[in-house]
Design a protein around this ligand. Sequence first.
Ligand code: CAA
Length: 380
Amino acid sequence: MDFSLSEEHIMIRDAARDFAQTELLPGVIERDNKQEFPQELVKKMGDLGFLGIMVDPKYGGSGMDAISYVLIMEELSKIDASASVIVSVNNSLVCYGLEAYGTEEQKQKYLTKLATGEFVGAFCLSEPEAGSDATSQKTTAIDKGDHYIINGTKNWITSGGRADVYIVIAQTDRDKGSHGINAFIVEKGAKGFDIGPKEDKLGIRGSDTHTLQFNDVKVLKENRIGVNGSGFRFAMKTLSGGRIGIAAQALGIASGAFELALKYSKERKAFGTEICNHQAIAFKLADMATDIEAARHLVMKAAWEKDQGKNYDYSSAMAKLFASKVAMEHTVEAVQIHGGNGFVKEYHVERLMRDAKITQIYEGTSEIQKIVISRSLIRK
Ligand code: CAA
């Protein structure tokens, strides 16, 4: 067993760290305040290969492994979780889904542009009445021979107003339950496809979250992904990889907050000494560092399993469950260590605390991760 990163992985991590410091950090507070989508930065991340990290270079991707993906996600998320969720959804839910399950034509037409950042992708599974209970899709896709007609509403869609390509999960045969669900590629601007108002959110305010309406949207059969009825399994498999990305995001939020808290505690003085010398603070730092390291091992293990071609449903659920808990708990502690300054935007930790919460909710709530983990344990 080797816990050290290769030279190549260190270079990739350092490149992401450098990008986060020089490009993401300067405007991050303003983007959070204004709920501003980082359009130019998405373009730059595309140029660096961050939007198609694991995609085969023959489709315009960077051809890196999942370990590289989590290293990049951690570094971006330390500074800007709004930018990193765009990266995560584009990589894990859209590019991976197309590369693993799409036809050659779909890959040539869409993946080549998504992997380079020319296009941004969105993944549309959640609905007003089907968030955790993902098999209860109310959106319908009726088979009309050479095309489908889609009707329904999708909620809380990341990059919903900015994407060029939307993967839409819909019910084609209600009687067949999860086997009657399909995934479709819908292009921006399709007739009857309307983007609702942007959500005003607690955290990841720079990411663009919308409700989407599908009113008799015609989608050609060639835009269905996979064989008929495979859409639910497609969604579950892509989400397993997505959970590695979000676990790495949570890890980045936690480690970003920890780094700020450690630095602050070595500078701020109270009762005649730097506050890190008070056991009340020192023990918080020890707990934070230990939990973050444990989260990092779970995230790396899930990524390693993906790279090894093993099943990572269980390990990705565990990584997300634990890393998101660590992110929530320790961003609160980072604010506490900063005292009054922690409550002020310029110190960054209050934003990280707000951003942490969503990691316990999207791509499967913590309760859903416990369902996945416990079912897997019982089956073993
Ligand atoms: N791989 C392959 N197949 C799978 C699978 C997996 N990981 N998980 C389930 N399946 C199969 C099952 O084997 C079953 O097949 P059979 O009928 O042939 O046996 C079928 O799918 C149905 O599975 P379940 O009976 O387990 O389904 P369920 O109704 O009990 O739900 C669940 C399972 C795990 C709770 C699932 O509904 C789930 O993951 N819910 C959460 C959804 C979610 O993560 N939403 C996030 C939205 S996306 C998002 O947040 C994106 C964003 O923008 C950031």
